[in-house]
Design a protein around this ligand. Structure first.
Ligand SMILES: C[S@@+](CC[C@H](N)C(=O)[O-])C[C@H]1O[C@@H](n2cnc3c(N)ncnc32)[C@H](O)[C@@H]1O
Length: 92
């Protein structure tokens, strides 16, 4: 079962109250980091965050990738080499 929250993700996701266990980031690339930061207070330990197109749009995702790959920010990451690239980040 899914719930579709229609509208600007930066607004609709701001109202979430339940823990988030899985995030797929596949919107415009400049939104990946703002959406992740918005959801961070709700991320459950062990939550997975998948960002699509990481090799195809490496330049646009540079800030996002630097953030999740810096251990100080609380993720363990692996680049998954399929299609346009997916960064898988586990909240620790
Ligand atoms: C690259 S497309 C991918 C769509 C879908 N994940 C897919 O694979 O078909 C990016 C989508 O993000 C949507 N988008 C961009 N900014 C958004 C925002 N602030 N809130 C919600 N969706 C947004 C766009 O309308 C577009 O449909």
């Amino acid at each position: 079962m899914v719930t579709i929250l229609e509208g600007d993700a930066l607004e609709t996701l701001a109202g979430l109250t339940d823990p988030v266990e899985l995030v797929l980031l596949d919107g415009w690339k400049d939104l990946c980091l703002p959406v992740l930061r918005l959801l961070e207070p709700r991320l459950a330990p062990g939550a997975l965050v998948l960002a699509d197109d990481t090799t195809a749009h490496a330049e646009q995702l540079a800030e996002y990738l630097a953030y999740v790959q810096d251990p100080i920010n609380g993720y363990v990451c692996i680049g998954f080499p399929v299609a346009d690239g997916i960064e898988i980040s586990c909240r620790v």
